[in-house]
Ligand binder design. Structure first.
Ligand code: HEM
Length: 164
């Protein structure tokens, strides 16, 4: 009987995969990925100034990279949420801790036309190498408007069904 691998193929065919050294993507490739990712990536420094803004951030929020870099995050935060955001932001800067590393923060946002829409995001803490201190904070954000609208419709339909 001929020996096969677990997928029924000739094991010799897979041999080269194990011999080849795996090469991690370069920093340039990873930077390119960040720039072109479908989700918005926004990085801010310790003061909350925008230091990185990718093409999806331009698509979602309307401001282009030149307009956004160096600005405060206030350009995308509705006024009534700014205090809560900055209390949280500087708290995280101080403690190096966040509860939104693996949990979505779902909030309304502002675009360049002053319109409000829904976003959902997680944050990543950027540590200074060899230190516990943070150099800044990154957020990976998606437009959540369509999903929330769908959810609202489904809830309304479910309410209608239970009342019928
Ligand atoms: C429309 C945009 C945004 C709004 C409306 C917003 C709003 C908020 C609110 C309401 C909180 C308090 C959450 C809580 O108390 O549980 C918060 C916390 C926070 N936000 Fe924002 N935020 C926005 C964008 C961003 C971005 C882009 C970043 C990072 C680059 C960021 C970083 C943080 C951090 C680090 C906290 C503290 C999280 C924690 O306590 O664990 N926010 N924000």
């Amino acid at each position: 009987m001929t020996e096969t691998d677990h997928e029924g193929g000739d094991p010799a065919c897979w041999g080269h995969l194990h011999d080849t050294e795996i090469e991690a993507p370069s920093d340039t490739t990873l930077a390119e990925l960040m720039r072109n990712l479908a989700d918005a990536v926004i990085v801010c420094d310790a003061d909350g100034r925008i230091t990185f803004w990718n093409s999806a951030a331009t698509r979602i929020f309307g401001w282009n990279e030149d307009q956004a870099l160096g600005e405060s995050l206030d350009i995308i935060i509705p006024e009534r949420l700014r205090k809560r955001h900055w209390d949280g932001y500087y708290g995280t800067m101080r403690t190096g801790l966040t509860s939104y590393g693996d949990r979505l923060l779902e909030v309304p946002a502002l675009n360049s036309k002053g319109e409000t829409f829904s976003i959902a995001f997680t944050v990543s803490l950027l540590r200074i190498e060899g230190s516990d201190r943070l150099a800044g904070i990154a957020a990976v954000i998606r437009d959540d408007t369509a999903r929330r609208a769908e959810l609202k419709e489904l809830r309304a339909a479910a309410r209608g069904a239970t009342q019928a």
